[in-house]
Design a protein around this ligand. Structure first.
Ligand code: NAD
Ligand code: ZN
Length: 363
């Protein structure tokens, strides 16, 4: 159990079989009404388990289920509206609770519905992807996308509880698992070189979804995120460190969409993996960190089955232009989260374009 501090503290619980633990989930519910929100992949696998567990623990609970189509393309105002309709249909009052069962898409949309229904009701997060367990379910950021861009409408709304069942990861597609491992490695890169070494030692167990290894990796990751979030709940400063690898990563994601890379496109975690390698190399080039640390990070990510090289079709100049659009520049140049070596993330402003281009051009 990890505690997240701030104005509305909450606990993150990680373990095996927690979706069956009706008492634990019910403990977070204050009123008589709850809406279980899930998506079309996750609901058939796990919704009934949660519903049965809740009914056994709280026979009086009025529980409805609302299922959205799976996929980022459905993290929209239209689906958000449909979720609010389901709350209205349920007769949800101020003490009702939204239970988000799924990955980051479900968590973000359900969280935003909870944040805005009657100006804010409770939300319990039951994350089922590794990314959601170590990243999106913790920290209180909720949102939906607009055609103009990702996460443009949202709110800060901390969950009432986060309950992560490692057994849910057994059905997660391989690529989604590895994408989550990229974010796990990110915590080691910016906060703790020993954790990077631990990941290297346990890479086989993690790729095999061993529950004990997974629980350890998730709990450690949540501790790092909880610490950052407690210190900077509204993302005014310190939380920026979590963007290690993300300035490059976002540029890759945006540019490959434009370049029409299509089916071979890197997903978010994969783009961040490449981005972390680039950030580490940029740190070396700027004389901030030893080259060995960059090499070691690259080899860990490769061991975890993640890409570490920029896809060939992405032009360095185009990526640089994307980073300027990403509003992370000032008069001296771009601002990056780099490192002073493994475990020492730091924000560096005024990075010269030449250095960025040199790193992007290195094979
Ligand atoms: P996702 O929710 O789309 O899940 C990935 C896929 O896996 C989906 O098809 C889903 O249906 C399926 N799935 C989920 N759990 C499964 C399971 N246990 N077994 C089988 N299939 C399963 O994607 P994600 O990677 O979890 O989350 C990405 C989203 O998270 C993005 O929208 C991103 O903006 C958001 N995000 C938010 C924050 C935050 O702080 N709020 C942080 C990072 C990312
Ligand atoms: Zn990320």
């Amino acid at each position: 159990v990890i505690e997240v501090g701030g104005e509305a503290p909450y606990a993150i619980t990680v373990g095996q079989g927690l979706l069956h633990d009706g008492d634990r989930i019910a403990h977070a519910l204050r009123g008589r009404h709850a809406l279980l929100v899930s998506d079309s992949h996750v609901a058939p696998l796990y919704a009934q388990i949660v519903e049965q567990a809740l009914h056994a623990a709280r026979p009086d609970l009025v529980l409805a289920r609302w299922v959205m189509p799976a996929g980022e393309q459905y993290k929209t105002l239209v689906q958000y509206g449909a979720c609010l309709d389901a709350l209205a249909q349920l007769g949800a009052t101020r003490d009702a609770c939204v239970i988000a069962l799924g990955g980051g898409v479900v968590g973000d949309l359900a969280g935003f519905a909870a944040a805005s229904w009657m100006r804010g009701i409770d939300c319990v997060q039951l994350p089922t992807t590794l990314l959601a367990m170590v990243d999106s379910s913790v920290g209180g950021k909720t949102a939906v996308d607009l055609p103009q861009g990702k996460n443009l409408v949202g709110a800060f709304h901390p969950p009432r509880a986060v309950i992560a069942d490692t057994t849910a990861l057994h059905t997660l597609p391989d690529r989604e698992l590895r994408a989550g491992l990229a974010e796990v490695a990110k915590y080691g890169a910016i906060f703790d070189r020993q954790f990077l070494a631990w990941l290297e030692r346990h890479s086989r167990d993690l790729l095999a979804r061993d529950d004990a290894a997974m629980a350890e990796a998730i709990a450690r990751s949540c501790e790092f995120k909880a610490d950052v979030v407690s210190r900077d709940p509204y993302e005014r400063g310190h939380r920026a460190l979590l963007n290690f690898g993300h300035t490059f990563g976002h540029a890759i994601e945006a540019e490959q969409g434009y370049a029409g890379v299509g089916r071979d496109a890197l997903n978010h975690g994969e783009a961040v993996a490449v981005g972390m390698v680039l950030a580490a190399r940029l740190s070396t080039l700027l004389g901030l960190a030893p080259a060995e640390d960059a090499t070691a990070l690259e080899s860990l990510l490769a061991t975890l089955g993640l890409p570490v090289r920029l896809p060939e079709r992405l032009a360095p100049a185009a990526l640089l232009a994307r980073m300027y659009l990403d509003k992370k520049a000032d008069a001296q140049g771009l601002r990056f989260v780099l490192w002073g070596g493994a475990g020492e993330g730091r924000v560096v402003a005024g990075v010269p374009d030449d250095a960025v281009l040199a790193v992007l051009r290195t094979p």
